[in-house]
Write a protein that binds this ligand. Structure first.
Ligand SMILES: CSCCC(=O)C(=O)COP(=O)(O)O
Ligand SMILES: [Mg+2]
Length: 234
């Protein structure tokens, strides 16, 4: 039996501050120009129309942009916002406005797991195109080829056990042979309810006060990928 690894991004492979202080403000600033230039592109329009619908239907593009900026400020994990953010970040990565910093332990661990035969996959609220952009432009180079599967909120929300059941069905193998890595205990609870193995990433840079005891909800807790116990990988 081969253990398959499924990893979250924000707070797990990359710092929360990169997402909140670099990616989100970039999207917030770039959205008005992006909607002006690409708002009639059907792939963009369908998401803008979805936002308008949630706002009662009839909405100017300026109102849609304001709504989206409000959702960014609230860190809403809305599929339309996430799809649009991915398109906006595309220009940022291509123009080298930023690269994606990974925690130093991440690329070596991913390589070691891949070389040991563990399939690797991502599950993030960020859209699959945004995930591929991030792993394609890391400070450790383009890591996209390491991953064999990518999941976003198209399978459901990350605190819902059914999302993990759907991932297990698509990713292959039994849920019990999938190890999910995340910094959010509620996501780990949902993965465990679906039968997956779980590890809580409790990174000091993101969480200055260690989460121990009851705060771990009984999930194995580590501070880096290097600390993940071998028995969870066999
Ligand atoms: C795919 S990178 C952008 C991250 C993002 O938009 C986000 O909401 C992070 O969510 P995660 O599920 O990775 O914690
Ligand atoms: Mg996270």
């Amino acid at each position: 039996m081969t253990v398959r690894i499924l990893t979250d991004i924000e707070g797990t492979t990359s710092s929360i501050s990169f997402v909140r202080d670099v990616l989100f403000p970039y999207a917030r600033r770039a959205l008005p120009g992006f909607v002006r230039e690409r708002g009639n592109d059907p792939e963009v329009r369908r998401w803008l129309d979805q936002v308008a619908l949630e706002n009662g239907g009839v909405c100017s593009d300026d109102m849609i942009v304001e709504t989206l900026q409000g959702w960014i400020d609230e860190d809403r994990k809305h599929t339309a916002l996430k799809a649009l953010q991915g398109m906006v970040w595309d220009a940022g990565y291509r123009n080298a406005d930023f690269t994606a910093p990974l925690y130093a332990d991440v690329a070596p661990a991913l390589r070691a797991w891949r070389d040991a035969g563990h399939p690797l996959a991502v599950y993030s609220s960020g859209s699959v195109p945004a995930q591929k952009l991030l792993f394609g432009h890391t400070d450790a180079g383009d890591l996209t080829s390491m991953f064999s599967a990518w999941f976003d909120t198209a399978v459901g929300h990350k605190r819902d056990a059914d999302s993990y059941r759907r991932i297990a069905a698509e990713y292959g193998g039994n849920a019990g042979d999938i190890l999910f890595l995340s910094d959010i205990v509620e996501e780990l609870d949902a993965a465990r309810d679906a039968g997956m193995r779980t590890v809580l990433l409790d990174r000091r840079e993101d969480y200055p006060s260690p989460r121990t005891g009851d705060a771990t909800h009984g999930h194995v807790r580590v501070e880096t990928f290097a600390g993940i116990p071998d028995d969870l990988l066999t």
